[in-house]
Design a binder for this molecule. Structure first.
Ligand code: CO8
Length: 259
């Protein structure tokens, strides 16, 4: 695998792992880091051997937001002309393979937004989520007002965006932002166990399930149900549907071939 300046990349079986790695800046999302992240995500998406992607940070910080030192001097023209920050930033949200954010420590501003771009978040019990942009004179710019509102509802999203306060892992789980909270020491084990479980299923079927859940956020109920039904019917064209159901009927483990 390629080496990067701001992230560490490794693979474990069918799982691709990206670790944000700017420890001195609490993994602040500099242009360099986001460029590395986009490249690594592209590589995992293109690699047929990889089924699931896990993005994580350090024990102290998933990411403490956009790099404020870098951003401080930007003019409106800079941000507008460069489309700061949608281009590279959004890459995690457009992955077709399942993605997990394994979050310990701070997930603030762009860090919280990045975590929310993953399919789901597994949080360490020391995780802290927030959109503190208001405290530095700006607003969330990578989905904080939109994905957070969909995840936790208007009241909590408003409160977090307007006050900048952080919520802990327990509150984040209770309000629907994170799928599961685990002891900090077990975060990577639990995230990898979950990723490996997904990676053991049929790759096209996991992608279809992901695509269908995501439609729920983009459509009305009847269009969403129609989309789901079409994709459900489509799974019957796959060898892996035959294999999965035959294995169940004959009480044996399935051997999926991603066909
Ligand atoms: N950008 C740049 N450097 C940072 C950032 C950041 N977001 N966060 C922390 N650092 C640096 C600090 O400057 C410090 O560096 P140095 O040692 O050189 O002074 C080092 O990391 C350690 O940080 P602290 O000393 O502050 O550590 P503490 O434990 O005292 O505090 C906090 C931890 C509470 C997380 C604190 O660092 C903090 O409040 N950070 C900023 C959080 C924030 O406001 N984030 C939102 C940024 S705005 C944003 O994300 C906009 C999103 C727009 C879309 C995203 C597109 C990129």
């Amino acid at each position: 695998t390629e080496t990067y300046e701001n992230i560490l990349v490794e693979t474990k079986g069918k799982v691709g792992i990206i670790r944000l790695n700017r420890p001195k800046a609490l993994n602040a999302l500099s242009d360099g880091l986001v460029t590395d992240l986009e490249k690594a995500l592209n590589a995992f998406e293109d690699d047929a051997a990889i089924h699931v992607i896990v993005v994580t940070g350090s024990e102290r910080a998933f990411a403490a937001g956009a790099d404020i030192k870098e951003m401080a001097k930007f003019t409106y023209q800079d941000t507008y002309l460069n489309d700061f920050i949608t281009k590279k930033w959004g890459r995690l949200a457009t992955c077709r393979k399942p993605t997990i954010a394994a979050v310990a420590g701070y997930a603030l501003g762009g860090g919280c937004e990045l975590a929310m771009m993953a399919d789901f978040i597994i949080a360490a019990d020391n995780a802290k989520f927030g959109q503190p942009e208001i405290t530095i004179g700006t607003i969330p710019g990578a989905g904080g007002t939109q994905r957070l509102t969909r995840a936790v509802g208007k009241a909590k999203a408003m409160e977090l965006c307007l006050t900048g306060r952080m919520m802990d892992a327990e509150e984040a789980e209770r309000s629907g932002l994170v799928a599961r909270v685990v002891p900090a020491a077990d975060l990577m084990d639990e995230a990898l166990k979950t990723a490996e479980k997904i990676a053991g299923f049929s790759r096209p079927v996991t992608m279809m399930a992901k695509e269908s859940v995501n439609r729920a956020l983009e459509t009305g109920l009847n269009d969403g149900l129609l989309f789901e039904r079409r994709v459900f019917h489509a799974t019957f064209a796959l060898d892996d549907q035959k294999e999965g159901m035959d294995a169940f009927v004959n009480k044996r483990p399935p051997n999926f071939t991603d066909r």
